[in-house]
Write a protein that binds this ligand. Structure first.
Ligand code: DGI
Ligand code: FE
Ligand code: FE
Length: 195
């Protein structure tokens, strides 16, 4: 895919609309424009942020069986936590599809899709933007007080917003007895210093 322009973004939006239900597609559009706004704030390429936002959940509406079979077929490694919680694979499989199905060449966009659920150590600005935009886009409405705080913080200090989201996610997973992906904890440890 060449440098994204108006018509390639429009085409991508049309393609994604076909593979997502309407609620997920609304979320996708929310992440696209929130990522664009954060890219303006943090001097990141706006078009790259929009493409990553549009594609970040491109594997979200597949079945777990399909995600696992794509991993098997294309030699994508599956950890034990991912095998038990295959929805986590929508990030890795999404990164694969972004490249193979949607023609993304920019490794930063592919990494942003791959790391959007658990984060990872030493994320690029674009990766952080997608991770944060995914959590704060206007369509999200869980825990309104916390969201209001993190939404403001995101435009003040991206790293602190990142660590607040990780804290909330880990708290939620502990309360709901969810399996914690070691990658989520590793990301949280890496960004502790920004608290
Ligand atoms: O795909 P979205 O719903 O837009 O957002 P996402 O890709 O960030 O996924 C959100 C879910 O992922 C949320 O319910 C928390 C969960 N999650 C994040 N880190 C972990 C995790 N779930 C498990 N089981 N383990 C994790 O480490
Ligand atoms: Fe996701
Ligand atoms: Fe998402």
């Amino acid at each position: 895919m060449k440098k994204p322009d108006h018509s390639s973004l429009k085409k991508l939006r049309k393609q994604i609309k076909k593979v997502q239900d309407s609620k997920r597609f609304e979320h996708t559009l929310g992440v696209e424009y929130t990522a664009a706004a954060l890219a303006m704030r943090y001097d990141c390429d706006i078009q790259d942020a929009r493409v990553a936002g549009l594609l970040h959940d491109c594997a979200k509406c597949l079945t777990d069986e399909k995600r696992l079979s794509i991993c098997r077929k294309h030699h994508i490694s599956v950890t034990s936590v991912e095998r038990k919680n295959p929805f986590l694979l929508h990030a890795k499989v999404g990164a694969y599809l972004a490249q193979r199905k949607y023609g993304v060449k920019n490794p930063d966009i592919i990494n942003a899709i791959r790391s959007h659920t658990t984060g990872r150590k030493n994320m690029s600005t674009l990766e952080k933007i997608i991770f944060v935009a995914d959590y704060i886009e206007p369509g999200r409405n869980h825990s309104p007080g916390i969201l209001a705080e993190i939404r403001k913080l995101a435009f003040v200090d991206l790293d602190r917003a990142l660590v607040r989201i990780l804290e909330e996610t880990l708290k939620y997973l502990k309360n709901s007895d969810g399996d914690i992906d070691p990658m989520t904890e590793e990301t949280w440890r890496c960004y502790q210093k920004w608290k």
